[in-house]
Design a binder for this molecule. Structure first.
Ligand code: AMP
Length: 204
């Protein structure tokens, strides 16, 4: 259920390299702005842990740091977007094809994205952060991290350029203390939430 204070639509995409702290930022933003946090990595890990068909098909890609095929990921996201007019996508879209698929999903619902937030930091900063993670993930070993960064630079960079061309991109420098990064993100979302550029919803 959406609360009255959070009844209006807000469609956000959070993009950033692995290890930049997207998950932490997203968890706080979700609370504060009443957003559904749609994190494809978390959803896939949950499927894998439950041993679903999707989880079994995704597992080999995930453990190698490669992208799971688009059709599997897009179907998962479509369902969540249909259920939530206020959402924060985290880790999706990661390819241009996924970005186009997202546009199609939203078009079908007569909705659109409000904004794309890029949380950015140089590779050496994120590599160091991942190495320092206490709750190490199975794809956090040095070789897999390198692969994940490579995928980010080759497959996700065009997504960033695409949203920049559309005038939707906002950049936040994440090579700073976590609280400062969050303060910027919060300020940005506050402005977006009150603006007329929010997701439009067709009257029934
Ligand atoms: P993350 O938690 O976002 O770093 O994602 C962990 C892993 O899940 C990635 O390395 C990919 O194997 C897979 N994954 C997550 N999101 C996507 C996506 N949008 N497209 C393809 N694979 C994804």
């Amino acid at each position: 259920m959406q609360s009255a204070a959070h009844a209006a639509g807000l469609g956000l995409v959070l993009i950033g390299p692995p290890g930049v702290g997207k998950g932490t930022q997203a968890a706080q933003l979700r609370e504060e702005f009443g957003l559904a946090h749609i994190a494809t990595g978390d959803l896939l890990r949950d499927h894998r842990a439950r041993g679903t068909d999707l989880g079994c098909r995704a597992a080999p890609y995930m453990s190698d740091g490669r992208l799971v095929p688009d059709d599997l990921v897009v179907a998962m996201v479509r369902e969540r977007i249909h259920e939530n007019v206020r959402f924060l996508l985290d880790g999706f879209p990661r390819t241009l094809d996924q970005a186009h698929a997202l546009a199609d999903v939203l078009l079908l619902e007569d909705r659109r994205l409000t904004a794309v937030v890029l949380i950015e930091a140089p590779d050496d900063v994120v590599v160091e952060r991942i190495a320092g993670r206490k709750e190490g993930r199975d794809d956090d070993d040095a070789a897999t991290v390198r692969r994940r960064l490579e995928v980010f630079h080759t497959s996700t960079a065009p997504v960033i350029a695409h949203y920049e061309t559309l005038g939707l991109l906002h950049r936040i420098d994440a090579a700073r203390p976590i609280g400062e990064v969050y303060a910027d993100a919060e300020r940005l979302l506050r402005g977006l939430d009150g603006s007329r550029s929010r997701v439009s919803i067709t009257a029934p």
